[in-house]
Design a protein around this ligand. Structure first.
Ligand code: ZN
Ligand code: ZN
Ligand code: ZN
Length: 351
C-alpha cells in the first residue's frame, strides 16, 4: 500500500477478505467491510446479527477490532469516519456497486482503485500452506475424475452427470462446487458449455471440467471420457493435446513469461494444423479464486514466480463435431514445475 500510495483498503464480499482474515463476508444488503488503514489498526465492520459468525477473528488476526453495527446504524458513515482524509482508497474488486458508490460519497476527494492493485501480486505467490491447500483440493477432484472412469455415461443427460460431479466433489471434502461442465458430442466444441438435457450416447466424446473450494482454496481439472472406443481422429487429436499440455507444463519454469508458456502449447497445436481450433488462453492462476493472476496468455510478459499456481489447459474444438481439453493445476517451484493433479491423462473409455 505504501508503494502504491493507497491509504485505505476496503474489503467486503469476494476473495480478498477471506484470503487476509479467513472470514468471508455474507453477500447481503447489510454491509460487511474490513477497513484497513495504512499503519492503522484494521477494523471489521459487521452487521450486529452476524457478529457471532465472526468467531475468534480478533485472536487470529493481530490488531483487528470487530465493530458490529445495529440495524438502525449507518455503516457507510462509520467507513467515512474511519477513512477520513484518505486521498487514495482501494476497494474490493467484488464489492457491490451500491456500496462502492456510497463509499465514494462518504469519502469525497478520494481516488478509488480496485483492491487487486494491492492484492493480486501478493495472492499470486502461494506460501507452502496455500500450496498444501491447493494440493488437497486437487487430490479430491482427481479422486472424482478416477471414480467417473467406472461410471456409466451412455443414456444419461449431461445434467445428470453434472449433478453427480457436484455430489462427488462435496463427498470428497469440498465445501462448495464452483462449476461442473459436462459437454458431450458437438456440445464439447463450446468450452464453457452449460450442461443440459442432451442425452449422452454411444461414440460420444464427453468433456468434464469441474472444480470447487476446499478450505478456501480452489480446484479445477478437466478430463475427457469417450463412450466406447475412441475413433482414430479423436485419439490422434488427443495425442496432440497431451503433447501440447506437456510442452506447456515443461515451459512453466520460474522466470519464464506467461506468454511463453502459452506459446509452447499453441506451437504444438498449430504444428498439427489445429491452431484455429484452440480458441482460448492456455491457463489462469488459481487460489482463493478459481481464476486469478497470473494468466498464461499472449501479451503477458511477466515472468512466472516461485509459488505461482496456475492451470495448464489447452483445448481443441471442432465446431459441430466434438471438443477436447486437458487441464491440470501446476505450481512453479525453484526446482521446476510441479503438477498438483495426477488423475490419468488418457482418453477414459466408459460405458
Ligand atoms: Zn474457464
Ligand atoms: Zn477447468
Ligand atoms: Zn481452468
Amino acid at each position: 500500500m505504501d508503494d502504491l500510495g493507497v491509504e485505505v483498503l476496503l474489503l467486503s464480499t469476494g476473495p480478498d477478505l477471506p484470503w487476509l482474515t479467513g472470514y468471508e463476508a455474507t453477500p447481503l444488503e447489510r454491509l460487511t467491510v474490513l477497513v484497513l488503514g495504512r499503519g492503522g489498526e484494521p477494523v471489521l465492520v459487521v452487521p450486529e446479527l452476524e457478529a457471532p459468525r465472526v468467531g475468534d477473528i480478533e485472536d487470529r488476526v493481530p490488531g483487528l477490532t470487530v465493530r458490529p453495527w445495529a440495524e438502525t446504524d449507518d455503516p457507510v458513515a462509520l467507513v467515512g469516519e474511519l477513512g477520513r482524509g484518505a486521498r487514495r482508497v482501494a476497494v474490493g474488486d467484488h464489492t457491490w456497486a451500491r456500496f462502492v458508490l456510497a463509499f465514494q460519497d462518504a469519502l469525497p476527494g478520494a481516488a478509488f482503485v480496485p483492491s487487486s492493485t494491492v492484492t493480486a501480486g501478493l495472492r499470486a505467490v502461494k506460501d507452502p500452506a496455500e500450496v498444501d491447500a491447493l494440493r488437497a483440493a486437487a487430490r479430491a477432484v482427481d479422486a472424482v475424475a478416477v471414480e467417473m472412469r467406472d461410471r456409466p455415461f451412455a443414456g444419461r443427460t449431461e445434467h445428470e452427470v453434472h449433478r453427480e460431479l457436484v455430489e462427488r466433489m462435496l463427498a470428497h471434502g469440498h465445501q462448495e462446487a464452483n462449476f461442473a461442465i459436462v459437454a458431450s458430442g458437438e456440445n464439447g466444441a463450446s468450452p464453457h458449455h452449460d450442461p443440459g438435457s442432451r442425452r449422452i450416447e454411444e461414440g460420444d466424446v464427453v468433456v468434464c471440467d469441474f472444480g470447487g473450494r476446499r478450505d478456501l482454496y480452489c480446484s479445477d481439472v478437466t478430463r475427457v471420457y469417450v463412450v466406447g472406443e475412441a475413433p482414430a481422429e479423436v485419439a490422434d487429436t488427443w495425442a496432440v493435446l497431451v503433447d501440447a499440455q506437456e510442452a506447456a507444463v515443461r515451459a512453466a519454469t520460474v522466470g519464464t513469461p506467461g506468454e511463453t508458456v502459452d506459446a509452447a502449447a499453441r506451437g504444438v497445436i498449430e504444428a498439427a494444423g489445429h491452431g484455429e481450433h484452440f480458441v482460448h488462453r492456455t491457463g489462469h492462476g488459481i487460489g482463493v479464486e478459481a481464476h486469478e493472476e497470473p494468466y498464461l496468455v499472449s501479451g503477458n510478459a511477466a515472468p512466472i514466480e516461485a509459488g505461482n499456481a496456475f492451470s495448464v489447459e489447452p483445448g481443441i474444438y471442432l465446431p459441430g463435431r466434438f471438443g477436447l481439453r486437458l487441464e491440470d493445476i501446476v505450481v512453479a517451484t525453484p526446482s521446476g514445475p510441479e503438477r498438483l493433479n495426477s488423475a490419468p491423462r488418457d482418453l477414459a473409455v466408459v460405458g
